[in-house]
Ligand binder design. Structure first.
Ligand code: NAD
Ligand code: LMR
Ligand code: MG
Length: 603
């Protein structure tokens, strides 16, 4: 099936890549050095002689033609020798060196870059995505060599409708947008946050097969409140405090209108916005545009899949989810997103009755246990705040340790951004959990911001736990041939499929039903044998396959809710009549796969 999909994707790649080319013998409107400097068309030493002749490349390259496979092997060899040569150096130095070598290839030859990324996703995801992408963002102004994506700043007010036409591609399918205000757990990084949309879109290409010519990373630079950056002479963003209130919303509104005017079917993923704007923009745009917030909605689905997997791992029926005591640490966009999706899942299980759903969920933030007695209780957290009588022996603001000791939760889930907050005392308290197989989710990114390390979790909470982290850790050797399995609970398992399904259905908007379908698909992907070993999520190696499945589930849900308007030549009626198998085939056939396509017609 994969082979077939690749053939189909190749056909599609060709037709898409060159459908707008000028008629005539060449499928590219550039010549000579301009082609070599365009990473999309560049094949480096891989240009065949006919193309060198007809595209004015003769003499601009060494004479020997090197095959794609040889180029790939050469790149991998230099990557592996870099790994060898940097052994023993500090982690950050090695990671940045790896990022540089990949970034240089990205800048030069996209086809080769994406092939290397797809074929080595397990090794490369930690470089182009979390955790290294965090380090890249922190150092972005110093690392900057060439721009990637678009930058709209507060100074561009009134200009965005014309600016959007500066983007050279005719079609854009997928946009990831940030304002840099909450980059992973690293806080406000201003314009330097652009690394996140770039990394997320690389995952879109690798996992969802979105055509890289049709992706657009976007930074909305509305200033920064990061004093260190404001004082940094190399800082590349606006040196002003963040816009607030209406002034802020006017910028986002203008951007959304501009995008919609040029590419009405483009999907916009909001990423790493501070909580107040994450929720407000989601409510503001989700009915009007095809958009979603990954930190709220993508994370919720991934966490829910993991929570349901935990119930299975504990050897209990799924209906037992209603009895799971879950302590969520972090009442931000991610933590509250998880809780609200989990409550919806519970009420569905209870026959759509909201009554009592979520009673066994406990929310802890920087001020401790969240209760209704809190002064200035955030309205977004209010539905999950405990009423006084509900928590005998626990007061408003109780510490995490007190909560874990008293509640004896089945699951401890962190989305706080605070590294090490699941300390020895807290982890040891998890040994008293009411479950013999408690779960610990340290979901904050990047690695240093994880609530605990995998090693500490198995050491202090016991070997029988289920463990997941947002950034990758190695499995833990527990001795005697036993392995402590480390899951990566990261929204990367869902956002590419959500975007892909929304795109190929031509959805008007992204509904709760579509997101629920995505989460359910991920939850049922893992087999019983895997679950027994504590495996809750697929390996990153199979991310392209799981993404196709999630995409199909999202598309089906869009069709069922009559939100699907069709994509390209496939209309809504055709989508409606597709079987499950046909949908999966349609999805996989539309996934781009990197190969060199001919740039000239055969004579
Ligand atoms: N694994 C994933 O897929 C995934 C997805 C989204 C977010 N995240 C991570 O989750 C973290 C939070 O993201 P967010 O968007 O919710 O951020 P946010 O800023 O909106 O929320 C952070 C929350 O943590 C709470 N907090 C801070 N210090 C605390 C402490 N000492 N004890 C308890 N709670 C504390 C805050 O009160 C706040 O409620 C980030 O590190 C992010 O990288 C991971
Ligand atoms: O970017 C990630 O790795 C996950 C998530 O979106 C986050 O903000 O931490
Ligand atoms: Mg994020």
């Amino acid at each position: 099936m994969w082979k077939l999909a690749r053939v189909a994707a190749t056909r599609l790649t060709r037709s898409r890549r060159f459908s707008t080319a000028i008629p005539g013998p060449c499928m590219v409107h550039k010549r000579g050095a301009d082609i070599l400097h365009d990473p999309w068309f560049n094949k480096d030493t891989g240009f065949p002689l006919t193309e060198r002749d007809r595209l004015g490349l003769r003499g601009l390259l060494p004479p020997r033609v090197i095959s794609f496979e040889q180029q790939y092997a050469r790149f991998m060899e230099s990557y592996r020798s870099l790994e060898k040569n940097t052994q023993g150096q500090p982690n950050s130095v090695v990671s940045l060196a790896k990022w540089r070598i990949l970034n240089r290839l990205h800048d030069r030859n996209e086809t080769l870059y994406y092939r290397a990324l797809i074929d080595n996703i397990k090794d490369f995801a930690p470089i182009i995505y979390t955790p290294t992408v965090g380090l890249v963002c922190q150092n972005y102004s110093g690392l900057f060599r060439r721009p990637r994506g678009m930058y709209f700043s507060a100074k561009d007010k009134g200009e965005m409708m014309s600016m959007i036409y500066n983007w050279p591609a005719h079609q854009v399918d997928m946009i990831v947008l940030t304002d840099g205000s909450r980059i992973l757990g690293l806080g406000d990084l201003g314009v330097q946050g652009i690394g996140i949309p770039i990394g997320k879109l690389d995952m879109y290409v690798a996992a969802a097969g979105i055509n890289p010519q049709r992706i657009l990373p976007v930074m909305l630079d509305v200033g920064t409140n990061n004093q260190k950056l404001l004082e940094d002479r190399l800082y590349l963003g606006l040196r002003q405090p963040r816009l607030e209130g209406e002034e802020y919303l006017e910028i986002v509104d203008e951007f959304m209108e501009a995008v919609h005017a040029r590419w009405p079917k483009a999907i916009v993923q909001f990423e790493d916005f501070q909580m107040k704007w994450a929720f407000e923009t989601l409510e503001r745009y989700r009915k009007r545009f095809c958009m979603f917030n990954d930190d709220i909605q993508g994370t919720a689905g991934v966490a829910l899949a993991g929570l349901l997997g935990t119930v299975r791992a504990q050897g209990r029926p799924l209906t037992d989810f209603v009895n799971q005591k879950i302590v969520v640490v972090g009442a931000g966009s991610a933590g509250l997103g998880v809780l609200s999706m989990a409550v919806k899942a519970l009420s569905r299980m209870a026959g759509n009755s909201e009554a009592g759903a979520g009673k066994q969920f406990f929310l802890v933030d920087k001020d401790g246990l969240v209760t209704k007695e809190r002064n200035n209780l955030d309205p977004a957290a209010a539905p999950f705040a405990k009423a006084p009588g509900e928590i005998v022996g626990l007061r408003e603001g109780a510490t995490l340790h007190e909560v874990v000791k008293k509640v004896r939760p089945h699951v401890l889930l962190g989305l706080s951004g605070v590294g090490g907050i699941f300390n020895e005392e807290v982890l040891k308290a998890m040994r008293e959990s009411d479950s013999t197989k408690p779960a610990i989710f340290a979901m904050s990114n990047p690695t240093l911001n994880a609530e605990c390390t995998a090693a500490d979790a198995f050491k202090h909470a016991g070997e029988n736990i289920v463990f997941a982290s947002g950034s990758p850790f190695e499995n833990i050797d527990l001795g005697n041939g036993k392995v402590g399995y480390v899951n990566q609970a990261n929204n990367m398992y869902l956002f590419p499929g959500i975007g892909l399904g929304a795109l190929l259905s031509g959805a008007r908007s992204i509904s709760d039903g579509m997101l629920q379908a995505a989460a359910e698909c991920l939850a049922t992907y893992i087999t019983e044998e895997e679950i027994e070993k504590g495996i809750l999520y697929p390996s990153v190696d199979s991310i392209r396959h799981i993404t196709a499945e999630v995409g199909a589930a999202v598309l089906q849900a869009a069709v069922a809710e009559e939100l699907a308007e069709g994509h390209g030549e496939v209309g809504p009626k055709e989508l409606q009549h597709m079987s499950k198998e046909e949908i999966t085939e349609y999805i996989t056939a539309n996934m781009w796969f990197p190969i060199y396509s001919p740039l000239v017609h055969e004579k």
